[in-house]
Ligand binder design. Structure first.
Ligand SMILES: [Ca+2]
Length: 476
């Protein structure tokens, strides 16, 4: 089922594009106002009924950490996630959204629109040096929005680097405000790095380490709903990145919710706590959506939701059923994740897109949705992602997958191309070099290997893997 635009979209779009253009031009003359000044431009009429408040839309990206495919209510989970369900079902459910199987590589693609291979650093940023960080010459999503006059806020998990050099941290990379932590995960209560001492606090606001009490998911949301949204400059739009540490390990959940899920999953303590973390995250997503409504910007705010990788079904308490595999693996359970986009003033509720979308596409797609051009150096650092806004809305026919390559923790690689998914397993006992091929739309649970029937496809895609990964072969 395709999505149609609401009646006001065309008028809205004219006003919005004009507003952005005016701002960029005005900035060169020291002008800081972004209000609707359409009448001053010849040959374009801005109807009076277009409210100034929606001229330039806000953009909010919410990233869950390690949330399993099967762990959202709209995928029939016993874990209650009414606000995530509402967010997705009130807009477009992205049924075939693909991330990397690991936190760091997904975030690299999300922020740059480029593949980790193109960045030249394919792994997780490291805690003791910056060798796997996003290189400083790369353009980030925050910089595109900042250049267009947006207020830019980063809340939660960074994990793009900065363990030794603050130049890699959000405040140096296009964000006006950063509240959260720079590493891979934190203890939800002590805000220290997992298994660290009490001195290993990774919790800060704009560079100043904080000693705070509270549950991290609640604290991150407090910053948004109590400070940022009410205290914003209403004359400017905002770009908000919210990256929760939930539901990543260490598993620590609010006691009342852990007790609730002890009756739902009586034989699995990890899952009880994981479910409690998930529901608490969902509750806080509801608080963010409520704050948008309270501020009367609900209809002028695009909200995009995704998990950064599949659920950790080992010691992480997650479920990806019926998809195969786990976080860290290149099987569907590691990379195909829950996602959706909501924009009440523009998108009609209740559609599902089966377009193949990758995390690399988020930057060009969301920028395109609000009429911005990505400000990257297109010759030196071209995007791997592309703007799929029309495809998602059903206004253009779906496109098959382009080449999309993901790398798992054990060096396994999957390459998507058109209808195919080739998996090359490495460094695994009894599986070294094993190759499987799936028509991934026909075999979404990876239970029908057709490698033997398609030797030419296997050969060609195997060669492409070697070519694509040539420059990073030493990191595999
Ligand atoms: Ca993750």
């Amino acid at each position: 089922m395709g999505t149609t635009m609401s009646k006001g979209f065309y008028l809205f779009r004219v006003g919005r594009l004009l507003g952005v253009t005016l701002f960029v031009l005005g900035a060169g003359f020291g002008c800081t106002e972004t209000t609707n000044e359409g009448e001053e431009v010849p040959a374009v009429e801005i109807p009076e009924e277009v409210p100034a408040a929606v001229v330039i839309p806000n953009v909010v990206i919410i990233v869950a950490d390690d949330l399993g495919w099967a762990d959202v209510g709209y995928h029939d989970s016993a874990i209650e996630t009414p606000y995530i369900d509402g967010l997705v079902l009130e807009g477009i459910e992205l049924d075939r959204f693909y991330a990397s199987p690991l936190c760091g590589p997904t975030r690299k693609g999300l922020y740059t629109g480029r593949s980790p291979v193109s960045l030249g650093v394919i792994g997780n940023p490291l805690p003791k040096n910056d060798s796997q960080s996003v290189p400083l010459q790369e353009h980030l999503i925050s910089q595109t929005f900042k250049a267009a006059g947006y207020q830019t806020w980063m809340i939660g998990k960074w994990h793009l680097g900065g363990s030794t050099d603050d130049g890699y941290l959000p405040n140096s990379r296009g964000f006006d405000h950063f509240y959260g932590f720079k590493g891979a995960s934190v203890d939800s209560y002590s805000h220290t790095i997992p298994n660290g001492s009490e001195d290993d606090v990774d919790w800060q606001r704009n560079g100043a380490t904080l000693d705070e009490e509270g549950y991290s998911t609640d604290l991150l949301t407090d910053e948004i709903v109590n400070t940022l949204i009410p205290g914003r400059d209403p004359e400017k739009p905002f770009f908000l990145m919210v990256a929760f540490n939930a539901v990543h390990t260490p598993l620590l959940g609010p006691e009342d919710l852990v007790a609730k899920y002890a009756t739902v999953f009586p034989d699995d303590e990890d899952r009880q706590t994981y479910a409690a973390m998930a529901e608490r995250m969902d509750y806080n997503i509801g608080r963010i959506l409520g704050a948008l409504k309270e501020a009367d910007v609900d209809e002028s705010t695009l909200v995009f939701f995704m998990s950064d990788n599949g659920g950790n079904i080992g010691d992480g308490g997650a479920s990806n059923s019926p998809l195969q595999g786990s976080k860290g693996q290149v099987y569907e359970g590691g990379v195909r994740v829950a996602a959706g986009v909501r924009w009440p003033g523009v998108l009609e509720a209740g559609s599902v897109s089966y377009q193949f979308v990758t995390v690399w596409d988020v930057l060009p797609t969301l920028a395109g949705a609000v009429g911005l051009e990505v400000q990257n150096d297109k010759e030196a650092y071209p995007l791997d992602g592309r703007n799929l806004w029309n495809e998602l809305r059903g206004e253009a026919p779906p496109l098959l997958a382009r080449e999309y390559l993901v790398v798992g923790t054990r060096g396994d690689i999957a390459l998507f191309d058109q209808e195919w998914k080739l998996i090359k397993e490495r460094d695994r006992p009894n599986a070294d070099g094993a190759v499987t091929l799936f028509n991934i739309a026909e075999s979404p649970y990876e239970d029908h290997d057709v490698a033997g029937e398609n030797p030419d496809v296997v050969s060609a895609m195997s060669e492409r893997i070697t070519e694509i990964t040539l420059d990073v072969a030493d990191q595999l």
